[in-house]
Every structure is written in C-alpha cells, then in structure tokens.
Design a protein around this ligand. Structure first.
Ligand SMILES: [Zn+2]
Length: 277
C-alpha cells in the first residue's frame, strides 16, 4: 500500500497526524507485515523492535530498515530459562557475536532482564542473572543502551543495573511503584508506558518528569500493532495536562534521543501531513 508523506505543507484532504515513536515492540512477531506499513502511515515513524533469542534477533535485523524500524538485540529471561544448561554459554556467545557483527545498526541491547514469574527455582534465577549481566556488560562495552524487562523482579533488576553502573537504561513496561519510579528518574533511567490504563500507572505518569518517559506498544503481545502507542500518548497528555500534539512531540524526541535515532529533522509545529492512498 503506497503511502505518500508530505512534509511541512498543509495539503487539502490530508489527515493531520502527529509523529510518534514506539520505544519497544516485537515486529518480527507480527504476522501481517502490512500492519507495520499502516502504523507508519498513522504517524508511528520510529519503532524499536526487540529480539529475544538468536532466531528472533536475526529476523529483527532482517526487517529493520534503519528508517522506521531499528533493532534492539538481546536475550530475554524466558529464553535464558528455556535454553538447556549445557547450551547456555554457546547461546550467549552466538547472540553476542551477532550483535557485534551488526553493531553499527543496533540501537540497544534488549530485550534483557529478569522475570521471576518464569523462574521458580534457584537454578533458573541464576541462569537469568548470568544472561542479564553478560548483556549489560556488552552494552557498556559497545556504548549502547539497555532495554530491560522486569516482572516481579524490579528491585533486583535495579540493584543489578546499579551494581553494574549501567549508564543508559530503559525500563520497559514499567511495573514499579512511585518510589521506584522516582529512583529510576534520579538515576536518569527512561520508563516506557504501555497502552494499558491503571491507577498505579497514572500516578507514575503524573510523578515522573515527561523527560524520563517514552511510550511503547510491546506489540503484538500487548497492543496489536505499534499504532497502540497512541493510547499511551493520550494517557501521558492527560496526566501532564498538555496537548496530545505536545506530548507526542516530546515523547518522540525522548525516544530518538535515547536511542540516538535521527530519522529526519524535527518538523516545525507538531503536525505532519500524510496522504493515504
Ligand atoms: Zn517485549
């Protein structure tokens, strides 16, 4: 579906949309790839697509165009748990080699983290920690940010990141309370907001500076496509009592700055013209 983008002009019959960025999604898992084109046509001009394992990292590289889709590569805690003990080292090394070989394209190390819902015994926690720490070290060495998952594990995740002195941290699908969010903010971490409303999340959006916020779809697992970030943008605009256009502008800038993505120059004014054909 051809989509023509007209920059900086008001064109009759063009629906004015605002530019948005999806800080965390899994585009390799979206079966109908036309949904991605549809998201771009809807203004989601930047998407950070995360791999979680060797095959998904490879696929993420294949679909990343460096224009709208940017790869984050890593090994997530579920993959750490599922990898047989004897294969763990080689799995780690294969992924690290893939990342090194594609260093110039990769914008973040992720998805990595700890997930205690999927680690019921000491051995499984230890495997997750081994993988998490190796990839934090890799990010430090390659001067890349980390895109971090936590589930029932946020205190340990933050302790590990602090102990490792990780410098650029993105806590995706933030699960914490206000106190933890404030600590993340103090450390200069970025928090991304998924398209799901909750009273806990609204408090966090109010308390944390917008400079430390990004939006994510976590699609297709949470939102069906990257378009779902629009709801998160609306949620943040409401919490901050600013216009949706302004929220979209700041959140997009935050995301591009954090991942060092420079797709094109910022537009004058918030709106961008799109023609749908
Ligand atoms: Zn994810």
């Amino acid at each position: 579906m051809p989509t023509k983008i007209v920059e900086g002009k008001a064109v009759k019959d063009v629906k004015q949309l605002y530019e948005m960025a999806d800080a965390h999604c899994h585009l390799d898992a979206i079966k109908d790839q036309s949904l991605i084109q549809d998201a771009i046509a809807h203004g989601i001009m930047t998407m950070v697509s995360n791999g979680v394992s060797f095959p998904t990292n490879k696929r993420t590289l294949e679909i990343s165009d460096g224009k709208h889709i940017f790869p984050a590569l890593g090994m997530d805690p579920q993959n750490a748990v599922q990898t047989p003990d004897d294969d763990l080292d080689s799995e780690i090394e294969n992924n690290i080699k893939l990342i090194r070989d594609n260093r110039s394209r990769v914008v973040s190390i992720g998805e990595i983290g700890l997930d205690y819902l999927h680690a019921k015994d000491f051995n499984l926690v230890a495997k997750q920690r081994t993988v998490f720490e190796r990839f934090i070290d890799l990010a430090t060495e390659l001067k890349l940010p980390v895109s971090v998952h936590s589930r029932d594990s946020l205190d340990d995740v933050m302790e590990t990141l602090k102990a490792k002195d990780a410098q650029k941290v993105h806590l995706h699908f933030f699960e914490g309370n206000v106190q933890q969010a404030k600590e993340a903010e103090r450390l200069g971490y970025m928090i991304s907001i998924p398209p799901i409303t909750s009273s806990k999340r609204s408090r966090i959006m109010k308390e944390v500076s917008i400079d430390n916020l990004m939006v994510e779809s976590d699609s297709p697992a949470v939102g069906p496509t990257p378009k779902s970030v629009e709801l998160s943008v609306h949620m943040i605009a409401e919490a901050k009592m600013i216009s949706v256009e302004r929220a979209a502008e700041v959140l997009t800038m935050n995301t591009k700055r954090f991942f060092k993505i420079n797709v094109r120059k910022p537009q004058s004014g918030a709106g961008i013209g799109f023609i749908r054909t």
